[in-house]
Design a protein around this ligand. Structure first.
Ligand SMILES: *Cc1c(COP(=O)(O)O)cnc(C)c1O
Length: 509
């Protein structure tokens, strides 16, 4: 009997009681599981994340369809065939754990996070009641409490939940703010309230607008505030727009500021925004989905100065802190609003006359019913590294970003979009030789706009790295490289710059 046999013992007990499942079947399943896990560790976790392997094996849809039989069939596959399926699925999937996957705001594979995720799946809980998920219920409360204390709220204050993504967390902010000011909406709906308006910056994540739409507030009533040249919310424009809304007969109720914008990595001026929220009696939400991790670093947490003034905060550990997808939290300073605003008291699940303290049945404050225990992987990482480990991780990311920035600043062919990035996003144009020295020609921007998609095509087809690009306002297509894997070092920073040059130097636009 292996030492780590808790799961297997639990399985054995079940097997004894289950007359249809013989021990022979158990050994068959066990053999399959062990081979599959070996394959995952070899091929997926390690085999594909070495620097010499490809980030992506690009294939057009027809190729993938012919490489993997995607159609469910009537007859079962053998274990050998299933193992081949696993290998094929991995082969054509993007290797987001590869150090050179710097395309998105999540990346890398943390071994402790991964095991936490696997343990979650092996236990297959659903965190709605203490009865079904005792450990996870307590673990969630503990982790959320600690995160609130890192935000800087007084001990014992507040509430929080794990959410399926930062977008949903931003939606909870809208819902909680509305419920806080207009609790009648819970039963009477949008008919019971004045015309509500909320504010966020033009560079904020699109989820605030999307969730305002979803909640019946309407996208036109999600007012976009201008940003300055560094991408931070312009506080004068915010006040102007609040007043415009009031004059038009609407009722402002919420400002969503961003701590680490998705593209620019900018931190809105939280203290000043909080001041306006107090002046006009508005809920102050901070979307720190991306930048929240910086709170764990003594060196960088000043970026979020004022976050402790917020009513609520979105913070995604799956972003800067590199927890596996998904791991998102919604934290708030107020108690009970989540529960009062969302509870439905389904009698079949949340029986009030249970034999234990049913205040531990926390599921009713969520809008979900069944829910994954996203806490475990993050908690397990936290155990493995300690807060100190997270701090070192964050400091390394910012150090890498600065190194990369300083490197390309003085390198020919690179032009920076903003000269003082605040987070670990670095934005730049790669200017191929055919365009150098032509900045003053009338079609320069139009031509530069075409470079990024061409370079991206080469990058993906070679699979040597993945870096995203986008236009923004009147800025033509530029690259955004994002660092949140502390497995990278300065040599990798030079690799990225060299790769841009290698892939891009003969591009003609
Ligand atoms: C990524 C991001 C979100 C959305 O989070 P998901 O988990 O992808 O839904 C929200 N806000 C900001 C600033 C983000 O960067």
């Amino acid at each position: 009997m292996p030492a780590d046999s808790t799961l297997i013992v639990a399985g054995e007990e079940r097997l004894e009681k289950n007359q249809f499942q013989s021990l022979a079947e158990r050994s068959k399943h066990e053999d399959f599981l062990r081979r599959a896990v070996d394959l995952l560790v070899e091929r997926v976790v390690f085999g594909r994340s070495s620097r010499t392997s490809k980030v992506v094996e690009w294939a057009v849809p027809e190729e993938i369809k012919s490489a993997i039989d995607l159609t469910p069939r009537d007859s079962p596959l053998s274990h050998d065939e299933l193992l081949k399926v696993i290998a094929d699925v991995a082969r054509y999937s993007v290797n987001t754990g590869h150090p050179y996957f710097v395309n998105q705001l999540f990346s890398s594979v943390d071994p402790y996070g991964l095991i936490g995720q696997w343990l979650t799946d092996a236990l297959n809980p659903s965190v709605y009641t203490y009865e079904v998920a005792p450990v996870f219920t307590l673990m969630e409360e503990e982790v959320l409490r600690e995160m609130r204390s890192i935000v800087g709220w007084p001990e014992g204050a507040g509430d929080g939940i794990f959410c399926p993504g930062g977008s949903i967390a931003n939606g909870y902010a809208i819902s909680c703010a509305r419920h806080y000011f207009y609790p009648d909406t819970k039963s009477k709906g949008v008919y019971a309230v004045p015309k509500l308006v909320l504010f966020t910056s033009e560079l904020a994540h699109y989820s605030t607008k999307k969730l305002a739409t979803f909640m019946g507030i309407g996208s036109d009533n999600c007012v976009m505030v201008n940003c300055d040249e560094r991408g931070k919310m312009d506080i004068e424009d915010l006040e102007l727009k609040i007043n415009e809304a009031i004059e038009s007969g609407a009722t402002p109720f919420l400002v969503t500021a961003t701590a680490g914008t998705t593209v620019f990595g900018a931190f809105d001026p939280l203290v000043a925004i909080s001041g306006l929220c107090k002046k006009y009696n508005l809920w102050f939400h901070v979307d720190a989905a991306w930048g929240g991790g910086a709170l764990m670093s003594r060196k960088h947490r000043h970026l979020l100065a004022g976050i402790e003034l917020a009513d609520s905060v979105t913070w995604n550990p799956h972003k800067l802190l590199a927890a596996p997808q998904q791991c998102s939290t919604f934290l708030m300073r107020h108690k009970n609003v989540l529960k009062d605003g969302h509870s439905c008291e389904a009698k079949y699940l949340f029986q009030k006359d249970k034999f234990y303290d049913t205040s531990y049945d926390t599921g009713d404050k969520h809008i979900q019913c069944g829910r994954r225990a996203d806490v475990l992987k993050f908690w397990f990482m936290w155990k493995a590294k300690g807060s100190e480990g997270f701090e070192m991780h964050i400091d390394k990311l910012f150090d890498n970003a600065k190194y990369f920035f300083d490197h390309i600043r003085q390198r020919e062919g690179f032009e920076l979009v903003i000269d003082k990035p605040e987070c670990t996003n670095v934005l730049f144009w790669y200017v191929p030789p055919c365009l150098r020295g032509r900045e003053n020609e009338p079609d320069y921007k139009e031509r530069l706009h075409k470079v990024a998609p061409k370079l991206k095509e080469r990058m993906i087809k070679e699979g040597s790295m993945m870096v995203t690009y986008q236009p923004q306002g009147n800025l033509v297509n530029f690259f955004r490289i994002v660092f949140q894997s502390s497995a990278l070092d300065h040599k990798d920073m030079v690799y990225f710059a060299n790769e841009f040059e290698r892939l891009g130097k003969d591009i003609v636009v």
